[in-house]
Each structure stands twice: as C-alpha cells, then as structure tokens.
Design a protein around this ligand. Structure first.
Ligand code: 5AD
Ligand code: SF4
Length: 446
C-alpha cells in the first residue's frame, strides 16, 4: 500500500473534499496516513479566502522541500500536490514560486486524481480547468469501513460555487458558478452514510440555500424540499446546512425549520456588516433591516433557534459610524457564536480596486472590539444553558477516563461522566456548568 497524507486548510467543504480525494485514490492503492514521514504523496488542500490563508501554503511548502530533500538523500521519494482554492486561483504561479510541487489541481478535478498522479510521475502537471463532466458522478464510493472510521457525523456537499459576487470574495472565481447536485445523487450518498452509522449530516454549499437540484421527474427542487426528503431516511437523527445567504432564506426553508424537528435549531447566516452603505458596496443585495426581518421570521418558525454569523471589519470606505452599525446589529441579534475577520484584499475581486482602503491599525482595533463583544455573547449563550436539558449526540470518549463527549443542537461540546455504550446515541443531558468552550452535565434517566 502507498501512503497518502492530506493537510486540510480552510472551510468545511475542504474537509469534505479531502475525504473525496482519499476515496478517489483508494482504488490506486493509496491508504490515508496521519504520519507525514510515511507519506508517498503529500497533498495540501488549500484555502484562498484571505491572504493569510493563502500564504500558509508557501511556508508549508518550504518545510516540505527540506523534508523531501532528506527523503531523497535516504533513497526515498515523496510526491507533492497542491489542491483546493489556491491551486485553482494561482495554478502555474505555484510551480514558479515553489518548483518542489509536482502536481497542482483545482477542486473540479478531484475525480481525475489517479490519472493526474500517474502523469505527475513523468513530469509536472497543472490541472485547473473547470471540467464539464460531473465530478460527483465519477468519484468512487468509499468502502463502508472507511465511512465507519470517519465517525458519526458527516458533511455532504450538495451545491458548489457562487453567483452572488460579493465584492470582497474570491469564491465565485475559485469555485466557479453555482452548481447543484441532483436530488437522487444526494439521497444515495446520504443513505450510504447512514448505513455506515452516520447519525448527523451537515449539507454543504458555498451558497447552500441557493440549492436548486434536479428532482426525479426533471423538476427543480430547493433546499427545503431536499431537507424534507432527507428527513425520511431511517436512522438519520440530525440535519444541518451551511453556509447560507440572507437573500435565499425563502418561506419554504423557514417552514422546514418549523416542520422538521431533526433540522437543528442553529443557523449560520452571515451578515458581514451592519451598515447599509457597506452592505451595498459589498454587493450583498440586502439591508441590515432585511436581514433582521429574516431572523424575526426564523424565530417565529423555530423559537429555539440560535444564530451564528460572519463579519468583515475594515472593508474599503468603512467609517467609524459604519463600524458602530456592525456593533449595533451584533447587539440586536445576540449571536451564539460568530467568526470575524479583517478585510483582506483579494486579487481579481472588485474590492481590491476600491479607494479608501482602511489602515491596518484601524482594522485591528475594530476587530478587537467586535471580537470582545462576540466572545461575551458566546459566553452568555453558553451560560444561559445551565439548568436546562438538551439533546446531546454522543460521539466519542473524553480526555478524562469515564468521560464521554457529544454535541448539543448548537454544536456546543458537552461532556458527561457516563458509560461509553452511550456513544452513537442521543440522550437528554441536564447542563450543570460551563467551561471556556464546553458544557458539563449529566444524562437524565427517565
Ligand atoms: N477578507 C476578509 N474576510 C473574508 N471573507 C470572505 N472574503 C474575505 C476577505 N476578502 C469572510 C466572509 C465569509 C467568510 C467565509 O470569510 O465573512 O463569510
Ligand atoms: Fe463569497 Fe458572497 Fe458568494 Fe458567500 S455569497 S461565497 S461571501 S461571493
């Protein structure tokens, strides 16, 4: 068996894709390893969303170059591949900057990996075309034991790419136009996962709630219809989806939250900024008020819903007043958790050409204030669970003996002292205390 080491950067879709790469290479005799020293093939699955993420690749390549030199001195070999969004965005540029790379391939070529690796043995390969064929049709199904080893929760990509063109974002360029997988293909994959013991599936897409896949009769189905279909799979306990755009939260999807108990009451709905001027300049196509109205409708449909979000500070032209509007919307919404970033200029996006770029110190100061507020809200949200009973899906043993760990509907890690036989089941847990990130409690026995 040859050994494959994949290092994953960035979003959940990259996590999903890394498993697909491993699946694609399994028939060629590659087995995944977590020990890079053993690897015949090292793949960096990269992220291009912010400059820092993209730069990580080059510093990692510096380390890999030394590692490979040592390997060669010892008479061994190691192939190096770059996948993901940096591969897609920078292609040839990567091999110019880092000649140690043997193979560069974008997210739409993962099904061709065996052939690409074969070719890379003879000479360098760069493959970044958006292929016309359906990658998912051609990706092999993982062995049942492989899926079992991957655990009780799983990601499932239902939609890729984005047509929204927010002016800060590289995704429409790296992942291409929106494409939705057909309903039957998704149901088939979900059934295989559940058959291997998966209890919770998170549907993924860069714009997941813009999903519009082909149904059995050739008709178009939205995310809500897909969720209803998935909810019928016996043995599946929980559904989630991410990431959504406020513009695509339609009535059908909001109603699905009302109707489907198994659709977890936790929604990641990025607003990016609370200022209408900035939202317009970001081409978000909604106002702060419209965003708040969506949340109001969501809360009516599912009163126990909690929110997560993304924010960018220091977008070009952001004034103190604009930033205060962001602080205000955060106070109004009260997030359970959120990610926040300093604006990073990305080559090729409209934002990079805008005047009034915000100085780095101003961005840092704003980010710090925003993160303080968001951290405070997260702590408050966790504390508010003390004394309540929550359904927890137990996934694994904890660090301390006798402890098992699971996730609440809000993705909070929950630790209890209980028998490992509870792993794989959902139990009612009475929450007694909270730590920095985890909740602690005991299983309620009826
Ligand atoms: N700079 C900073 N943050 C960005 N994001 C996307 N592009 C940029 C950028 N150029 C953030 C957004 C998005 C999340 C995935 O990353 O908040 O929702
Ligand atoms: Fe990027 Fe905007 Fe598309 Fe999200 S909706 S992937 S932020 S362009």
């Amino acid at each position: 068996m040859k050994k494959l080491f994949i290092k994953t950067y960035g979003c959940q879709m990259n996590v999903y894709d890394s498993d697909r790469m491993a699946d694609a290479l399994a028939p060629s005799g590659y087995e995944a390893t977590t020990d890079i020293d053993q690897a015949d093939l090292v793949v960096l699955n990269t992220c291009h969303i912010r400059e820092k993420a993209a730069e990580k690749v080059y510093s990692e390549l510096g380390r890999l170059r030394i590692m490979r030199q040592k390997r060669e001195q010892a008479g061994g070999k190691m192939m190096i591949g770059i996948a993901g969004c940096v591969a897609q965005a920078e292609g040839e540029e990567i091999v110019r900057r880092a000649p140690v790379v043997d193979l560069v391939f974008g997210p739409q070529s993962y099904h061709k990996l065996p052939e690409l690796v074969e070719r890379a043995h003879k000479g360098r390969v760069v493959e970044t075309d958006f292929s016309a064929e359906d990658k998912f049709e051609h990706l092999p199904k993982p062995a049942r034991e492989t899926t079992i080893a991957r655990g009780l929760t799983s990601f499932l990509t239902v939609q890729e790419g984005c047509d929204k063109f927010c002016t800060f974002c590289v995704v429409p360029y790296t992942r291409g136009a929106e494409v939705s997988r057909p309903v039957a293909q998704i149901l088939g994959e979900a059934e295989n996962l559940v058959d291997a013991g998966v209890k919770e599936i998170t549907l993924l897409g860069q714009n997941v709630n813009a999903y519009h896949g082909e149904g059995k009769g050739g008709e178009t189905q939205g995310l809500a219809q897909l969720l209803y279909r998935l909810s019928e799979i016996k043995g599946l306990d929980r559904l989630r989806y991410t990431t959504s755009h406020p513009r695509d939260m339609d009535d059908a999807l909001i109603n699905a939250h009302r109707d489907l108990e198994m659709l977890m009451p936790y929604l990641h709905l990025p607003v990016q900024s609370g200022s209408d001027t900035i939202l317009k300049s970001m081409n978000r196509q909604h106002t702060a008020e419209e965003y708040l109205r969506v949340l109001e409708r969501m809360r009516e449909a599912r009163p126990d819903i909690a929110l997560s979000g993304d924010f960018i500070v220091g977008f070009p032209g952001e004034t103190d007043e604009d930033f205060e509007a962001t602080m205000k919307i955060v106070r109004d919404v009260e997030y359970a958790q959120a990610y926040s970033f300093k604006y990073s200029t990305r080559p090729g996006t409209p934002g990079a050409q805008m005047d009034n770029q915000v100085p780095e110190e101003v961005k840092s100061e704003r980010l710090q204030r925003l993160q303080e507020l968001l951290n405070h809200q997260q702590t408050e949200f966790n504390k508010s669970r003390i004394g309540s009973t929550m359904r927890v899906l137990f996934e694994k043993t904890g660090r301390d003996p006798g402890q098992i760990v699971g996730r609440s509907p809000y993705l909070q890690p929950v630790q209890v002292d209980a028998d490992p036989s509870h792993i794989g089941t959902i139990q009612d847990v009475f929450v007694e205390s909270v730590g920095k990130f985890s909740l602690f409690g005991k299983i309620v026995t009826n």
